[in-house]
Ligand binder design. Structure first.
Ligand SMILES: *Cc1c(COP(=O)(O)O)cnc(C)c1O
Ligand code: SF4
Length: 368
């Protein structure tokens, strides 16, 4: 790489404007015969396709099961395969929007879809319904309607700024939105959900971090799914965020063929701990239309957690959750270590499978 090419590579604007999109590139990568092109044309007409040169460079094309490729390169199964129960909007997000783009499902926090744009369109995205029919826009008017709603609801103490990917927004508009939210006295905490550190790490500039840090207490929750996404570039992006005083956590989606094995999730979580990103959630893959080929069995997720609990540090173990259909919210799924609570004792299973009796005399709760 020449000096100026290296300079371009680390320029996020260059990465964004040189994203791979369209059938031509796909056909070349996948060496499609002309009769195969048709289905891919239909897939990307339905679910848009764009990948940054950086994220694309992580693919090992010689591996037919490459986990990076599966996350960003369109697959005919997105339109040809479905399992029972899948829906466009499995979490009934649309039904929980008091104003367009703002989901209010829990009493104390709301999720603002501040933009419909992403740097890379993840094939497993559970909001891919919004790619063609945006439910919000990052217009100033739409954002201020959200601000007004939050201002009028004193029970909301946390706003999660999500999307799309909010770190693809115009920096000035994002700054303005965060500032307006921060001004609301009952909003105690802000959280940003973003995949930018993983797919466009060069966007995490010192200048962006300084802007975000002005709105603390602010947390960033990012989205690494595979240990191969932990690269020098993404680790440095996380380091810049952390150094600016913003804590980082991660949510992973359990994806068939990408990370649905105990070894991969363990390595991912250990890798995240090394770069000081706290594993927060491991999501069971939602029943979202267009992503059915990624769905797995809940028992597999439980087995993965069981394989980690007690065996690796608790700081590397995420909560395994399913987001319940119809907007029931997240439900935690844990292998059970408490087998029984009797009158005078509880019975536990240890992480190594031994049965242990734990005294819990009936009088322990009584006032003495
Ligand atoms: C996941 C989610 C949240 C955040 O939930 P936490 O358990 O606090 O991470 C808030 N609102 C909506 C609509 C969500 O889907
Ligand atoms: S970055 Fe998030 S919102 Fe955007 S496509 Fe990926 S999973 Fe969906």
């Amino acid at each position: 790489m020449s000096g100026s090419e290296a300079g371009q590579w680390s320029d996020w604007r260059w990465q964004l404007s040189n994203r791979t999109r369209g059938l031509g590139a796909l056909s070349e990568f996948l060496q499609l015969a002309s009769h195969e092109e048709e289905i891919y044309r239909d897939v990307i007409a339905r679910y848009r396709y764009a990948v940054t040169p950086y994220y694309l460079s992580l693919i090992d094309w010689s591996d037919p099961d490459d986990p990076i490729k599966k996350q960003c390169i369109p697959d005919p199964r997105e339109i040809s395969f479905s399992l029972p129960g899948s829906e466009e909007d499995p979490l009934a997000e649309r039904a929980h929007m008091p104003v367009p783009g703002l989901i209010h499902r829990y009493p104390d926090r709301v999720l603002a879809m501040a933009t419909g744009t992403c740097a890379v369109y993840c094939r497993h995205c559970n909001r891919k319904r919004t790619w063609r029919n945006p439910e919000a826009g990052s217009t100033r008017e739409a954002l201020y309607r959200m601000v007004d709603y939050v201002a009028g609801n004193p029970r909301v103490r946390e706003v999660i700024v999500s999307g799309g990917d909010p770190l693809t927004m115009q920096q000035r508009l994002l700054d303005e939105f965060l500032k307006a939210l921060r001004k609301i006295p009952h909003v105690e905490v802000l959280r940003i959900g973003t995949r930018i550190p993983v797919v466009l790490p060069m966007r995490i500039t010192e200048d962006l971090c300084r802007m975000l840090a002005r709105h603390r207490p602010l947390w960033i929750n990012t989205h690494f799914n595979h240990p191969r996404e932990i690269t020098p570039e993404s680790a440095e992006a996380c380091e810049r965020i952390l150094r600016s005083g913003i804590p980082l956590s991660n949510q992973t989606v359990l994806l068939k063929g990408v990370n649905d094995s105990p070894g991969v999730i363990r390595d991912l979580c250990r890798g995240l701990q090394r770069i000081m990103v706290r594993p927060y959630y491991l999501f069971h893959c939602d029943a979202a239309q267009g992503t059915d080929h990624f769905r797995t069995d809940i028992r597999k997720g439980i087995g993965i957690i069981q394989g980690m609990w007690g065996k690796i540090g608790g700081m590397c173990i995420p909560n395994y959750v399913a987001d319940l259909p119809g907007g029931g919210g997240k439900a935690m799924m844990m292998p059970s270590y408490l087998l029984e609570v009797g009158k005078d004792e509880a019975i536990f299973r240890t992480f190594e499978g031994k049965i242990v009796r734990y005294p819990c005399p009936g009088g322990a709760d009584a006032l003495v």
